[in-house]
Design a protein around this ligand. Structure first.
Ligand code: OAD
Length: 271
């Protein structure tokens, strides 16, 4: 089966759907300039996830040699600042506006789905631009570019990059003034909004599985739950992922190319 036919088949399936859910991973933001984790040259190729991906590992690394993280930290600030929604994100917003897609479940913390226009986004791994107070648990939301700009300003005025300095980079809780942390999920921490993510997965008619390797649980369970409940599963990813045994339609393309093409076909072919 050629890719052209797969795109046509995906458009045909989606044009009949009204409860599509997209389950997304880092790959959908790759074309926005944000590195994935497990592709060659990805984040986990460059830095040990145990050393920075768990709260204890990160604190330990920062205590031992915080400066080693500074170049990567600055690079990540730049890529998150310069990113904007790409054609893949925008096509998901189009699918919502067309009454085809209801919900995006994302493992990404970059806020790009909301910025593209999707209104129901379940962020199972949190959001980098939301802070949670360690004392009163107040959650505060910040503008992505403004927060990064202010963080960089504070960072450049530091004399040393240490654990204390890093804590000082994060805005204090506006409610009680105590220390906040980014409201993101690290390894060993509880995933956010899990019951709702399972509920929408179990109620969808089509699940789009976009730009994820499918190796991190529980997020990798959502396509399995959708399939178990009878949904058709469409995977868009340049390389095959962990879902081949449950995939009805595999499109070996970048999401930023495949999704807009599918939206165009749905528009062209009509309801
Ligand atoms: P991975 O880095 O594991 O996988 C990225 C996937 O995106 C791969 O399957 C790539 O083939 C695919 N990909 C790359 N470029 C793409 C493009 N332009 N279009 C479509 N697909 C593309 O990222 P995730 O599956 O999101 O969690 O990783 C899951 C979790 O592992 C992350 O949320 C993070 C990480 O550790 C935590 O840190 C808790």
């Amino acid at each position: 089966m050629t890719i052209t036919v797969d795109l046509e088949n995906a458009a045909a399936l989606l044009s009949k759907a009204s409860r599509t859910v997209a389950s997304c991973g880092a790959g959908i933001s790759a074309e926005s300039g944000i590195a994935t984790f497990r592709d060659a040259g990805g984040l986990w190729d460059r830095i040990d996830p145990i050393a920075v991906g768990t709260p204890a590992g990160l604190v330990n690394t920062l205590k031992q040699n915080a400066a080693v993280l500074l170049p990567l930290f600055l690079e990540l600030l730049d890529s998150f600042e310069q990113a904007s929604p790409n054609p893949g994100h925008r096509a998901l917003a189009d699918l919502e506006a067309m009454g085809i897609l209801t919900t995006v479940i994302t493992q990404n913390v970059d806020n790009l789905h909301q910025e593209a226009g999707n209104t129901d986004v379940i962020e199972v791994h949190g959001n980098l631009f939301r802070m949670k107070c360690l004392a009163c648990e107040t959650v505060s939301t910040y503008d992505r570019k403004q927060l990064i700009g202010e963080t960089r300003k504070r960072l450049t005025s530091l004399t040393a990059f240490t654990l204390d300095a890093l804590t000082a980079l994060v805005p204090k809780c506006p409610a009680c003034g105590f220390i906040s942390r980014p409201d993101v999920v690290m390894f060993s921490e509880a995933v956010q909004d899990l019951p709702r993510a399972f509920e929408v997965s179990g109620n969808c008619d089509v699940m789009l599985v976009l730009g994820t390797s499918g190796v991190v649980y529980p997020a990798a369970s959502f396509p399995l739950e959708a399939k178990r409940a009878g949904a058709r599963v469409i995977v868009i990813n340049p390389t095959e992922n962990a879902f081949s045994s449950i995939t009805d339609l595999y499109i070996p393309m970048k999401t930023g190319e495949a999704l807009p093409a599918i939206v165009d076909l749905i528009r062209k072919n009509g309801p």
